[in-house]
Design a protein around this ligand. Structure first.
Ligand code: PMP
Length: 428
């Protein structure tokens, strides 16, 4: 029952585009009414009609220690009472930077910003400023936020809504974004053959989470590292999604390949608008005021957001990641068992506490492979799960996430729902 949410949606659409402040929330591709959320706690969301859902979206990744963690709430309340923003430096910012640097390989210096978009946009500007080159390579289906130069074959909501190349991005901007295929080193080599000395950066999600969840093939990240070294190109890992999620040291730590620059967001902000970019000292010293590459923000390093991020990272010990790994393995093994038992034409992937379920029996290595998915079946599955109280991302092109509150019991409940839901989906 979504009566109240329906009323709220009707009211919202009058004053807000699509009734939402980020497109995928509107359920345009899956249809139906998005539940309007009233509160969240642990692994659960509660909507305006009093429905409760096991949440696998987790505010699109950040809530890795569960919603409204009491220690984060308490720390943020105390920080709030001291003033919500100073526009001046604080000791807290140093603590967060030092905590990140201690975990992530090759992260020497960090600048805090307010969103993943800002982090990626700033990292590209830095790579261009430091190399004196204009072009950069991105991969089809990877999403790096909504800055103009990234809305070329973008993933996530842009892909879900059928606008991977958005109107409003000028041809002049688009010409400097060069497109390659994820997990296809040949497509990158080809670009370097055409532009051997013009490519400032390669930016990628080391695990592509904005077309579902596509892990890097063995050798792919290593190959990019070598190509960047050979061409004087800056390698940027966009770890907005994977950072502090797929392991203690993020994707770079997990896969053993170190980029020159990183971008972070989601988990590092503990559910607040906080993100970051950082990396090698020599590159980061180009950033103002140490160097000439300008980037700034009124609310950057906001004390409440920094408190939430710092507390979250402190709670994320190596042992906690072991628990997350075990929980997500349980979910993915359970899903695979269901798929195998019924011979469903489905594929699923998992990297740490991040997963994707695809309605295709083909292997999924690239963005192209995802295009073969049965979107009607995905939409039916999404609604069959929602009806049973399991909240998944409303798009085939998004990853799912687990938190420390996703106990064995909740995972087993989810698997029971999934088996029933899939029986419904494949009934015809
Ligand atoms: N990069 C990646 C990998 C992301 O997943 C996202 C958001 N989903 C972004 C960048 C953009 O972050 P934000 O929405 O905070 O601007």
């Amino acid at each position: 029952m979504l009566e109240k949410s329906q009323q709220l949606l009707q009211r919202a659409t009058k004053s807000i585009p699509g009734g939402v402040n980020s497109p995928v929330r509107a359920f345009k591709s899956v249809g139906g009414t998005p539940p309007f959320i009233e509160r969240a706690e642990g692994a659960y969301l509660f909507d305006a009609d009093g429905n409760r859902y096991i949440d696998y979206v987790l505010t699109w990744g950040p809530a890795i220690i569960g919603h409204a963690h009491p220690e984060v709430v308490e720390a943020c309340q105390a920080a709030m009472a001291k003033g919500s923003s100073f526009g001046a430096p604080t000791e807290l910012e140093i603590e967060l930077a030092e905590t990140m640097i201690a975990r992530v390989p090759g992260l020497d210096v960090v600048r805090l910003v307010n969103s993943g978009t800002e982090a990626c946009m700033s990292a590209i500007r830095l790579a261009r400023g430091a190399t004196g080159r204009d072009k950069f390579i991105k991969f089809a289906g990877c999403y790096h936020g909504h800055a103009d130069s990234f809305l070329i074959a973008a993933g996530s909501g842009a892909l879900t809504l059928g606008t991977p190349n958005s109107p409003g991005v000028t041809e002049g901007t688009a010409k400097d974004t060069l497109l390659a295929q994820f997990n296809d080193l040949g497509s990158v080599r080809q670009i370097f053959e055409t532009f051997p000395t013009d490519v400032a950066a390669i930016i990628l999600e080391p695990v592509c989470g904005n077309t579902g969840c596509i892990p890097p093939d063995p050798g792919f990240l290593e190959g990019l590292r070598e190509l960047c070294d050979a061409h004087g190109t800056v390698l940027i890992f966009d770890e907005v999604m994977t950072g502090f999620r797929v392991g203690y040291g993020g994707a770079a730590g997990r896969f053993g390949v170190t980029p020159d620059l990183y971008t972070f967001g989601k988990v590092v902000g503990g559910g607040f608008p906080l993100a970051a970019y950082g990396g090698k000292e020599a590159l980061m010293r180009h950033v103002a005021p140490d160097g000439p590459v300008y980037q700034a923000g009124t609310l950057s390093g906001n004390p409440i957001a920094v408190t939430a991020g710092l507390k979250t990272l402190q709670l994320l010990t190596p042992e906690v990641y072991e628990g997350l790994e075990a929980a997500s393995l349980r979910l993915s093994e359970g899903m695979q068992a269901i798929i195998d038992k019924h011979s469903y034409p489905m594929t699923q992937h998992r990297v740490g506490a991040m997963f994707g379920v695809f309605f295709t029996d083909k292997t999924v290595h690239t963005h192209e492979d995802v295009h073969g998915c049965d979107l009607e079946r995905f939409n039916a599955f999404f609604h069959a799960m929602l009806k049973r109280g399991v909240y998944l991302a409303p798009s085939q092109y998004e990853a799912g996430f687990l938190s420390t509150h996703h106990s064995d019991d909740l995972i087993d409940q989810t698997l029971t729902c999934a088996e029933e839901a899939l029986a419904e989906v494949f009934a015809d």
